[in-house]
Design a protein around this ligand. Structure first.
Ligand SMILES: Cc1cc2nc3c(=O)[nH]c(=O)nc-3n(C[C@H](O)[C@H](O)[C@H](O)COP(=O)(O)OP(=O)(O)OC[C@H]3O[C@@H](n4cnc5c(N)ncnc54)[C@H](O)[C@@H]3O)c2cc1C
Length: 426
């Protein structure tokens, strides 16, 4: 069977490896218009600070490692269009144009940066970061620049800001409402904000109305104020890249992503799709959502790889947020729904907060009206991932939080420890 995968990000690479695990005979090819080997996009901002870094490579998914699994990567190969009836793709690479046949196709074509349509957006010095090649090129141009304005306050925007501050740049961030609005509860946003360096200039509650400049950017207008800028980085998320999917005639949803079922199969029987290019059902509400994050792409990729070679295995929920980052020296972890994402889907929530002031951590636990834990967030000086894992376990098993509490206050844990060691303490 010929399995063709378009896209060499986490979705495509995970799909290829899973397909091979479940089918030793299939001919598996990955096509990508990029020319770099598999690399970590989470963390790609490292290449702003160190453009030539090798630390972003993913060895298990390198061209050589995949070749050992008899998975061929055709780099520098663009898929222009496809036909689901003849099961062919029109491809263009260094050898010119040709046609490639498939039995099963997996689309892992990622996202396209979401950039607002405002005056000046095409000026020199205005950037988005989508590929590692972009990031390296921007990193090399930054040396002559001193003031950087970042638009957007999600994980990648904040990661980028940290790099800019490390490079000694005057760094501004324009934030429509508050830091990480969709991922963090308001008190968690405020906690994160209180831990940022004072030199980092936040413009909360602002949106860019114009990028100012003649040929090259000189500033960003936010209403009445203009922030001087040598470069502007838009870190405002992505929308699904469905150009190829549309040429194949697969169904696209109201949110703009490719519609898939729980096996990642599209409206065409032999075409699957994963990652930033899809929209999928949130398992808690059954409503469609977009979740453009790497961990979701890899989980969906594994599912699609198995299904494409005829496997029946269904992986546990692919639609939950699972994000961890270390920002400005603190762990930030987001699991499942925040009250914002849940409320957007019509779910009422109650949020409980637990703080450990000694070894600093602040945790938000998001419950539905039945007391079921549906998400949580952690900001911690260290071990945030461990706390996040405890939340994830409970979210995945759908427990009522009071039946399986976690994160007892430190004095209660200490009392428990002493009582377990020495017997009851009056
Ligand atoms: C700076 C940055 C930081 C991030 N940080 C995090 C993070 O901390 N945590 C996290 O979970 N996620 C993070 N993300 C998001 C994460 O990188 C994406 O969700 C993930 O890469 C999506 O994987 P994917 O496989 O769907 O697509 P991508 O990784 O976007 O790959 C798409 C692939 O499709 C190929 N392609 C598209 N169209 C064609 C075509 N017509 N022909 C040939 N090839 C084509 C491209 O060349 C590429 O190889 C970050 C993203 C960025 C940009």
């Amino acid at each position: 069977m010929k399995i063709v995968i378009v896209g060499y990000g986490p979705g495509g690479a995970a799909a290829a490896v899973a397909a091979r695990m479940f089918s030793s005979e299939s001919d598996i090819k990955i096509l990508t218009d990029e020319t770099l080997e598999a690399h970590k996009k989470p963390g790609a901002s490292l290449a702003l600070e160190f453009p030539d870094t090798e630390k972003l490579s993913i060895n298990d998914w390198s061209v050589a490692a995949l070749a050992e699994k008899r998975i061929e990567v055709l780099s520098g190969t663009r898929v222009e269009a496809g036909d689901p009836v003849t099961k062919t793709l029109q491809i263009v690479n260094g050898n010119g144009a040709s046609v490639l046949k498939f039995d099963r196709l997996i689309l892992a074509t990622g996202g396209i940066p979401n950039v607002p349509n405002i005056p000046g957006i095409a000026l020199q010095g205005v950037f988005t970061i989508q590929t590692l090649a972009d990031t390296r090129a921007i990193g090399k141009q930054l040396s002559g620049m001193s003031t950087i304005v970042i638009i957007g306050a999600g994980f990648s925007g904040l990661e980028t800001a940290e790099r800019m501050i490390n490079l000694g740049k005057e760094t501004h961030m324009v934030v429509r409402s508050r830091l990480m609005r969709r991922q963090l509860e308001p008190p968690m946003s405020a906690e994160l904000r209180s831990r940022l360096p004072r030199s980092f200039k936040l413009h909360l509650g602002s949106s860019p109305t114009e990028i100012v400049g003649d040929q090259h950017v000189v500033g960003v207008s936010i209403g009445d104020e203009i922030i001087d800028a040598d470069a502007v980085l838009f870190m405002t998320g992505v929308k699904p890249n469905t150009t190829l999917a549309q040429s194949l005639g697969v169904r696209i949803g109201d949110l703009g992503g490719i519609i898939v079922n729980e096996q990642m199969q599209t409206s065409e029987h032999d075409i699957f799709a994963v990652g930033d290019c899809i929209e999928m059902k949130d398992t808690y509400t059954g409503k469609n959502i977009l979740l453009p994050i790497g961990s979701m792409a890899a989980r969906c990729g594994r599912q699609a790889g198995v299904a494409a070679v005829g496997g029946k295995k269904i992986y546990a929920d692919t639609s939950k947020r699972l994000q961890y980052d270390r920002l400005f020296g603190i762990d930030v972890v987001c699991i499942g729904h925040s009250s914002t994402t849940a409320n957007d889907l019509g779910v009422k929530t109650v949020v409980q907060y637990v703080e450990d002031p000694i070894e600093f951590s602040k945790t938000a636990l998001v419950l539905d009206s039945n007391g079921r834990l549906i998400g949580g967030q952690v900001i911690a000086s260290r071990q945030g991932a461990r706390l996040g894992y405890e939340i994830l376990e409970r979210v995945e098993s759908g427990v009522i939080l009071k039946d399986q509490p976690l994160l007892k206050p430190r004095h209660e844990r200490l009392l428990e420890y002493l009582e377990n060691s020495f017997g009851p303490i009056q």
